[in-house]
Design a protein around this ligand. Sequence first.
Ligand code: SF4
Length: 507
Amino acid sequence: MADDAPILSNPQALNSDGLGCHSGKDKMLEAAKAAGKSITLEQYAKDYPKGPHDQPQSMCPAFGSLRVGLRMRRTATVLSGSACCVYGLTFTSHFYGARRTVGYVPFNSETLVTGKLFEDIREAVFKLADPVNYDAIVIINLCVPTASGVPLQILPKEINGVRVIGIDVPGFGVPTHAEAKDVLAAAMLRYARSEAEAGPVQAPRGGISAKPTITLLGEMFPADPVIIGMMLEPMGLAAGPVVPTREWRELYSALDCAAVAAIHPFYTASVREFDAAGRKVVASAPVGHDGTEAWLQAIGQATNVSQALIDAAKNRFLPAIKGALAKMPIKGRITLSGYEGSELLVARLLVESGADVRYVGTACPQTKWSDPDREWLAAKGVHVQYRASLEQDIAAIREFQPDLAIGTTPVVQYAKERKTPALYFTNLISARPLMGPAGAGSLATVINAAMANRDRFLAMDEFFEGVGKGDNAGVWEELPKARPEFRASYAKKMEKARKASKVEEPI
Ligand code: SF4
């Protein structure tokens, strides 16, 4: 939020109907730059390089930031954006069990154009800033307020002791909801770092750890940090907080660590904050036998632990991991795709369990923090696709004809239409431990059960035989007819209207 933005909003952002993640990306981007958001957007372009798809293919990216805010204690999260976007984001938050209020400052063309929206946000923040209830207030500019330059960066940094953090999270600048988590996590780390540099800060709730700690970067299954802590113990280390944190004071202990484990590899801006705090960052995660061995070695070296202690940790845990993997084998061909950032780690576990994994697609970009996983998978003949598009994920199913497809909702839907058993990555795979001995074998039960289900898909396919496909799915007295001529004439009208509005645009 270092932009030196003009306080004026940019009314051009609303000059056309229907701008949003589904259309108008270039106009929004241009408008945002013209409205003083260039520095923020250029930084996003560096941190989150685009891929084959340069606009969201999954949920609204802002959901990542919203979720991080909603999961923190004593934190109010407020959205500034179009009502339809806010409706979708609020719905998704509650679908995922937020159980917290999502704040909203509504706007209309007039309040946006006159700058009154910014005044409304300012008033809302002052009303909310009660230190009895809150440590921090997060305000998130969605697409239209970002495009029109609503200058959250000039809000007071603190009101009555409550920190105020304003961020822009437009779909035309932040490609995935994973990276939007990084936007807010980094903004909070930056704020907390400046507080720690200025003087004493609050201690962690459970007191300061007697051992040097490893901060864990990336949301994970609740048992995973505990398992990681057990594996660190023989090296005289302890697991530190998970970032994004659940409480403001944890940010200080996250920064005050011996090293950072980039368990999820897409936290580019957060890593920058740890770099600035002088912390070493270690790639990959302790998954499976090989992954755990390499990770324990890398963590030990980054924290100057003796080789004898690193070996002690390995000797204690590696045989157990090997045993658990051998006990729960997975047999079958699998394609895997997702947008969580842990796709490569899951693929490693599957390969070590015996599965024939051919393709891993992740919506996240390539960073050096997943290099060890990419190299390991490539050596096993697995194709890794960063910034994978839905089309690439689907092409992989067509090409490799897996016994099981693990993926996002549309990928799973496609697989099921082909009578291929499929599992949702987010709900069924992310909701299990992955690390160390607990992770080894944890996926086998659900995966083997799903693969054994092919006969049910065949029976269902037979049952639904003849109910049609696409626009014709269902039971009809008369099948709907395609009307390409209507589409063509509508497209012509739209083009005419577009040309007319261009002529009328003010110079
Ligand atoms: S805020 Fe999200 S839902 Fe709204 S237009 Fe932008 S990307 Fe789409």
